[in-house]
Design a binder for this molecule. Structure first.
Ligand code: ATP
Ligand code: MG
Length: 402
């Protein structure tokens, strides 16, 4: 094969973007979600400095003529709502014979000597079925030097997608994050420490379409605040296309002093957590946010038993979401690795600022008495950081940490 031909065959002029759940929504919801998805995709492509034209058509999004295919795939794989992606060669065809000729030209070299299968999909009215395409193209590729067909366990799959007169040819399917586009749900305020759990919890909620904002309680350890900010900036820079994430840093040093000084040791963590939840609730109400979230996982530590979760949540009006409730720590760490946050998360040392192990089974009467002791803590207004529009350095400066 000459080099010009090779260049043509390696040429992908479009990226097919598949979206899962949006496809099964009613028309209005679907349009709105497609709009959000396109907005997020545009932002992601811009952030990866890739130009390309976006088209929405019949349950697919097409990124036409992406300048840098690899970068475009990376960018789109960071957009919630995207189920999978395939760089493809798109052309038009006239009839089955022409289709087989074009497809075999594209696939013949790639499939040479290999055990393969053809997978065809078809949308529109045609005089042939997808099965006809699979059979005809399969036979042609065998003629051109493919080794043999194996439908279950092939070395190579030649994908053919037919939409009206358009023909799309590809051989790779890259996984997207799935879920729903950011902004398709209401915002959530996450109690954010910057450790594995609250980072993965935030990501998991974003995956379901919730634009999150973060609140961090500074108990007096500058290193901890720095890592929390770094983790927040990571989520904002890499996973929040289509959303402008804010972080609120609350000076809770006074609260820590009072709790450490007055509250009995087995109840310190529980009281501290309760104070955080109360404060977060009033902050959420000011911001017009309707739910809180934490990175708690049932029984991961003594403060996260069902009994203690109940004590901490009692009398709270807003729902507290716990997306990691049923996950093991190693599952959570795996997600942190997958989304690229591991190196930052692992730096977050476990300082709760409270030199005491909590009781796994707090008692209500006692808890309320202990909580009363910290009833008049004074908390300064939070410092707001616009994560998208400020660098890490600027944010650290604003917090007086640089
Ligand atoms: P993480 O990995 O998120 O740090 P953890 O396993 O260390 O969680 P805890 O320290 O018991 O668990 O905290 C439980 C949850 O409480 C955290 O996931 C987070 O949502 C919230 N939280 C804890 N500390 C803070 C803090 N300083 N500021 C804001 N939220 C916090
Ligand atoms: Mg922690």
């Amino acid at each position: 094969m000459n080099r010009v031909m090779e260049a043509v065959l390696e040429y992908f002029n479009v990226i097919l973007v598949r979206y899962g759940e949006i496809g099964v929504k009613g028309v209005g919801t679907r349009r709105r979600m497609e709009g959000l998805l396109v907005k997020a995709l545009k932002e992601a492509l811009e952030s990866f400095k890739v130009k390309g034209k976006i088209e929405v058509s019949e349950g697919r999004i097409f990124i036409w003529e992406p300048e840098d295919v690899e970068a475009a795939v990376k960018a789109a794989a960071r957009v919630f709502g995207v189920k999978s992606l395939s760089p493809a060669y798109a052309t038009e065809f006239a009839g089955l014979e022409d289709l087989v000729a074009r497809a075999s030209e594209f696939f013949s070299e790639k499939v040479k000597g290999k055990v393969f299968r053809v997978r065809a999909r078809r949308v529109g009215l045609h005089s042939f079925t997808s099965k006809d395409v699979e059979r005809a193209l399969g036979a042609k590729l065998l003629e051109l030097g493919a080794s043999k067909v194996n439908l279950e366990n092939p070395e190579y799959t030649a994908y053919v997608e037919i939409r009206g007169r358009r023909l799309f040819l590809y051989d790779k399917i890259h996984e997207g994050p799935r879920g729903l586009p950011l902004g398709s749900e209401e915002p959530v305020l996450v109690l954010f420490s910057g450790g594995f759990d609250s980072t993965v919890a935030s990501w998991t909620l974003m995956k379901r379409g919730c634009p999150v904002h973060l609140v961090h309680y500074d108990l007096g350890f500058p290193e901890t605040v720095k890592v929390a900010l770094e983790a927040a900036k990571f989520l904002s820079d890499n996973w929040s296309y289509g959303h402008r994430m804010k972080m609120y840093i609350v000076n809770f040093k006074g609260a820590a002093l009072i709790v450490n000084g007055l509250v009995s040791p087995p109840y310190r963590t529980l009281v501290m957590r309760k104070l955080m939840v109360k404060h977060a609730e009033s902050l959420a109400e000011k911001l017009g946010i309707e739910a809180l979230a934490t990175g708690e996982s049932i029984s991961q530590v003594a403060s996260q038993t069902i009994r203690n979760i109940h004590l901490i949540e009692r009398n709270t009006k807003l729902p507290i979401l716990r997306p990691l409730a049923g996950m093991d720590k190693d599952e959570i760490i795996k997600i942190s690795m997958k989304i690229g946050a591991y190196e930052i998360n692992k730096k977050q040392i476990e300082v709760c600022g409270l030199a005491a192990t909590p009781t796994p089974k707090g008692r209500l009467g006692r808890f309320e008495k202990e909580l009363d002791k910290a009833s008049d803590i004074i908390v300064p207004d939070p410092i707001e950081v616009d994560l998208k529009n400020s660098s890490l350095k600027e944010a650290l400066e604003k917090l007086g940490l640089l």
